[in-house]
Design a protein around this ligand. Structure first.
Ligand SMILES: CC(C)(COP(=O)(O)OP(=O)(O)OC[C@H]1O[C@@H](n2cnc3c(N)ncnc32)[C@H](O)[C@@H]1OP(=O)(O)O)[C@@H](O)C(=O)NCCC(=O)NCCS
Length: 173
């Protein structure tokens, strides 16, 4: 049985090893990492999945970002990863659904990510052509999910880092 837990500081090295395994060690060169540089993930939205023996088999994090000239706060989903030996068992879906529900509870309105539409469409993500993501990125992989109906109107413009974010603030509102 898989259980989801909030990420703890002592999980860090297991998560780093999982991300290296899932994405390769070149992962820090991905464009989306520019948005994470010197910014902390949202503590309440960082989860790990552990198996029966306590082994870490999956993890998800979200980062705060800002969109457009009005600097609308939003979430960047990712990385999300499941250990290759446990993929296809629904662990990634559990992590994504659970954290998106929590994000909505916390008052976040909009989630962006860079990923495969064929996977993320099952959670409601769609392509956006209005959002300018840090390069290089394949525009067809920039996806969004509006957690509230009016959030789709926040998509216009450039995505930038959210350097001043504190998990204790109410920026998600
Ligand atoms: C993507 C990932 C998190 C999914 O986790 P998971 O636990 O294997 O996913 P689930 O078991 O919930 O879902 C499995 C389904 O997703 C599909 N799927 C997995 N990755 C996919 C992808 N990149 N594109 C399309 N479909 C994908 C599987 O084919 C399977 O389809 P099915 O339900 O029709 O059988 C995991 O495969 C992973 O860690 N991959 C490597 C890292 C990565 O690519 N992370 C995402 C960044 S975009």
């Amino acid at each position: 049985m898989i259980r989801l837990e909030g990420e703890r500081p002592e999980d860090m090295w297991e998560i780093e090893a999982l991300l290296d395994t899932a994405f390769g060690v070149g992962r820090l060169a991905l464009a989306s990492y520019n948005l994470r540089h010197d910014v902390s993930p949202i503590r309440e939205l960082a989860f790990v999945a552990r198996d029966e023996s306590g082994q870490l088999v999956g993890a998800i994090r979200f980062w705060p970002i800002l969109i457009g000239i009005s600097r609308q706060p939003a979430l960047l989903l990712g990385p999300v990863a499941v250990h290759p030996t446990r993929q296809g068992e629904g662990i990634g879906s559990m992590l994504i659904r659970c954290s998106l529900a929590k994000a909505a509870d916390l008052g976040w309105k909009l989630v962006l990510l860079v990923g495969d539409a064929s996977y993320y469409s099952r959670f409601g993500f769609s392509r956006t052509s209005h959002t300018i993501f840090p390069q290089p990125v394949d525009p067809a992989r920039v996806l969004y999910l509006a957690l509230v109906p009016e959030a789709a109107s926040m998509l216009d413009g450039e995505v930038i880092r959210h350097p001043g974010f504190s998990s204790d603030s109410t920026d998600g509102d």
